[in-house]
Ligand binder design. Structure first.
Ligand code: NAI
Length: 336
């Protein structure tokens, strides 16, 4: 099948081309994001392979359907950038990679926690500058601390397992509690209780209308003073401006982000020689207790190989049998 791969980076070319040796699809790689302005580039491709920051809103989907596309194959788990009901209206099927290596994101989440609680980001620079003073680097131990996990699906459960190994007490909030987490001793509690009782709060729920700006000023006001907040899910689960106020007031003691609400204008490219225009993001970078990575939680060799394999299997099944494994339906969106 002819597949247009949008937002293609060198590693996408490498891993998809390798996996395609078993699948035999005709892959065409496009550097550009998919959006209204670039939709022409994928004209005539029955399958379009998109990533997290490609825009698949109703106008783009209508245009794609009109120019011959039948399948949107997301090479990611999240699908908040796709208007699923519009896709259905225009006869487009949408598939995704629901699980690849949850450990990729889970381990990155814990890496952010460990960088923050021992100030590794600062220590790295100090030592390189010949500054071996310890003032300002006083850490805390994870053992015995309470971690609150919001969303215990594939990634949240893997985080729970790792933090259990560190000796943390674990609380969680999820409308669908995980049996594995319960047997690990995770206590499911209402959000209020999680906010009030957690030393570390880590977000692993999808972005949907219920979770949009879940972490806002009111939520932050209910958290323990000095809480560590980690977001590796989707940027808009937190209200960034409210979090900045929380940092300024020392209500938030540590912030680790792998995702950002307006990341579509920033991430996955080198802007080091440009004047960056996002003042909210730049403000975040001024805090000594903030570590930000550019949506790299998924970025391990194991995860990329698995994503490429599943993406091409999704396309093959659709081509061969007209079936969609791993389909994103309106029911799935409603169910969160
Ligand atoms: P999953 O679908 O396995 O788990 C999500 C969990 O969140 C489910 O158990 C669900 O019941 C729960 N949930 C839904 N609404 C909720 C709410 N209002 N409050 C609390 N929990 C709620 O998804 P998975 O694979 O664990 O991924 C989680 C999120 O991580 C994805 O939706 C995606 O946004 C993000 N992600 C980030 C990556 C990165 O590179 N930083 C890579 C992959 C995913």
């Amino acid at each position: 099948m002819k597949v247009a791969v949008c937002s293609a980076q060198s590693y996408d070319r490498q891993f998809l081309s390798d996996a395609n040796r078993d699948s035999g699809h005709e892959l065409a790689f496009f550097d550009s994001h998919l959006c209204q302005e670039t939709r022409q580039m994928v004209a005539g491709f029955p399958a379009v392979c998109a990533f997290v920051n490609d825009t698949l809103d109703a106008p783009v989907l209508e245009a794609l359907a009109g120019q011959g596309t039948r399948l949107i194959a997301l090479r990611c788990a999240g699908f908040n950038n796709v208007d699923i009901s519009a896709a259905g209206r225009f006869g487009l099927r949408v598939v995704r990679v629901p699980a690849y290596s949850p450990y990729s994101v889970a381990e990155h989440t814990v890496a952010l926690m460990l960088a923050l609680n021992r100030y590794l980001h600062q220590a790295y620079n100090r030592v390189r500058n010949g500054n071996f003073a310890l003032q300002g680097l006083l850490g805390f131990e994870l053992r015995g601390k309470t971690a609150g996990i919001i969303g215990t699906g594939h990634i949240g459960s893997a985080v729970a397992q790792i933090l259990h190994g560190f000796g943390c007490r674990l609380m969680a909030h999820d409308p669908q509690p995980s049996v594995d987490c319960i047997s690990l001793g995770v206590e499911y509690v209402p959000l209020e209780q999680l906010y009030a009782g957690s030393d570390i709060i880590t977000l692993h729920c999808p972005l949907n209308p219920q979770t949009h700006h879940l972490i806002d000023a009111a939520a932050i006001a209910r958290m323990k003073r000095g809480v560590m907040l980690i977001n590796t899910s989707r940027g808009a689960v937190i209200d960034t401006r409210a979090v900045i106020e929380g940092l300024k007031a020392s209500r938030i003691g540590y912030l680790g982000l792998d995702v950002y609400e307006q990341e579509g204008d920033l991430f996955f490219r080198d802007l080091s020689d440009q004047v960056r225009q996002d003042d909210v993001f730049e403000r975040l970078l001024t805090f000594p207790n903030v570590v930000i990575t550019g949506h790299q939680g998924f970025f391990t060799a194991e995860a990329l190989a698995s994503i490429a394999r599943t993406t091409l299997q999704n396309v093959s099944l659709f081509e061969r049998e007209g079936l969609c494994q791993n389909e994103v339906t309106v029911e799935l969106v409603r169910g969160g």
